[in-house]
Design a protein around this ligand. Structure first.
Ligand code: MRU
Length: 366
């Protein structure tokens, strides 16, 4: 996507062909700053401290983190160490584990002297595949938006509500939940997006609103608690969100607060779609509520907000009494029964094993 007229991905190889560049998402929307990662520790820190975030981008960063780690050694034990360092960074997004496994199995099958070059090729392949998959999600999701527009008699913009940031910044490019929105905008379908601010880290306010403004897409920022009210008053046609892990049974784990939107959508007969690439499906589990580890983040993220002051400083401010205890689960699970459909790179399916297997038949006998 373009930033001030220049085409960007969210991660790319530096000009020296060795280091890796990313956009520091902790500075957005106030400052557009890129950061160069030179070591495995840099890659791990970028994932842990959320300079990069979003399941597909975490996976891509892990793939390049592997390349950076191999400069410190290419023996089997180095591969194991790199893999466990990266996997430990964030527990919920399954793309992290998926990318580490892709790299591990490819590299362990090669002689040590061939591993470094092969790792860079594989990381680039994972990134290119993510871009292709997300664009395909956009194309499939566009048809849902087009149908909604036709059902409205093409009289008023399609109103989409989204949660967190599942735009191009959460992936290598295009995004998952926002890819259909970008495609609809390109196709000339009038569209308006309700952007949940998404406490505690405000990825909606800082990232989704920034992305949509940069692409000239009509949107309004709302507080997390406004979605139900807007749905009750017929002001939301569709919800589209992303996911950090989807089970083989169709349960969807996404940013905390997604479940409440799905409940409100069901009560108000608003279709609730989840957009995801195949790399986000965890085929090994069925029940998301019982089986997905939910990342618990620091209480400080709840007790403070991050923003820009009138004198231009980018800082944290406290919003609660100093001694207030807080808990901070970062994700929740929306049960499959509340999900209208899963929008994948291979098409749209029902949120259950049978639906997923129609699109991924190669998983049938595993
Ligand atoms: O904690 P984050 O910002 O990495 O979480 C990302 C999300 O939960 C997003 O909502 C997104 O849908 C999943 S990645 C496309």
């Amino acid at each position: 996507m373009k930033v001030e007229g220049r085409e960007y991905r969210s991660i790319w190889l530096a000009a020296d062909g060795r280091r890796v560049e990313i956009i520091d998402q902790t500075r957005l929307p106030h400052e557009f700053r890129t950061v160069c990662l030179a070591t495995l520790a840099d890659g791990a820190r970028a994932i842990r401290d959320m300079l990069v975030r979003g399941a597909p981008l975490i996976g891509a960063t892990a793939a390049y983190g592997f390349c950076l780690g191999l400069h410190e050694g290419t023996a089997d034990r180095d591969i194991d160490r790199i893999g466990s360092t990266l996997t430990a960074c964030r527990p919920t997004a399954v793309n992290l584990r998926w990318a580490v496994e892709q790299m591990r199995s490819l590299l362990l099958a090669l002689p040590a002297q061939d591993r470094l070059a092969a790792a860079y090729l594989e990381a680039a392949r994972i990134c290119d595949e993510d871009v292709r998959d997300n664009e395909a999600i956009g194309t499939h999701g566009l048809e849902i938006i087009r149908k909604t527009w036709e059902q409205k008699g093409k009289k008023s913009p399609v109103q989409v509500l989204t949660h967190c940031n599942a735009g191009w910044l959460a992936t290598v490019d295009w995004g998952t939940a926002l890819a259909p929105v970008y495609k609809a905008h390109e196709a000339g379908i009038p569209i308006h997006v309700w952007v949940d601010e998404t406490r505690p880290r405000n990825q909606g306010a800082g990232l989704t609103a920034w992305e949509l403004a940069a692409q000239g897409i009509d949107h309004h920022l709302i507080v997390d608690n406004a979605g139900g009210h807007l749905m009750q008053h017929g002001r939301v046609d569709l919800c589209i969100v992303g996911t950090d892990r989807t089970t083989a049974g169709g349960d969807v784990c996404n940013k905390i607060g997604t479940y409440l939107k799905a409940l409100a959508a069901r009560d108000n007969k608003v279709p609730f779609y989840v957009a995801l690439p195949g790399s986000t499906i965890d085929w090994g589990i069925e029940n998301g509520r019982l089986e997905i580890p939910i990342e618990e983040r620091a209480p400080e993220e709840v007790l403070r907000v991050h923003g820009k002051t009138a004198d231009g400083a980018i800082t944290w401010v406290s919003i609660a009494p100093a001694a207030t205890p807080a808990v901070n689960p970062a994700f929740d699970v929306t049960p499959a029964r509340l999900v209208t459909g899963l929008i994948t790179e291979r098409g749209v399916c029902t949120a259950n094993r049978a639906g997923l297997l129609t699109l991924y038949p190669e998983r049938r006998d595993r």
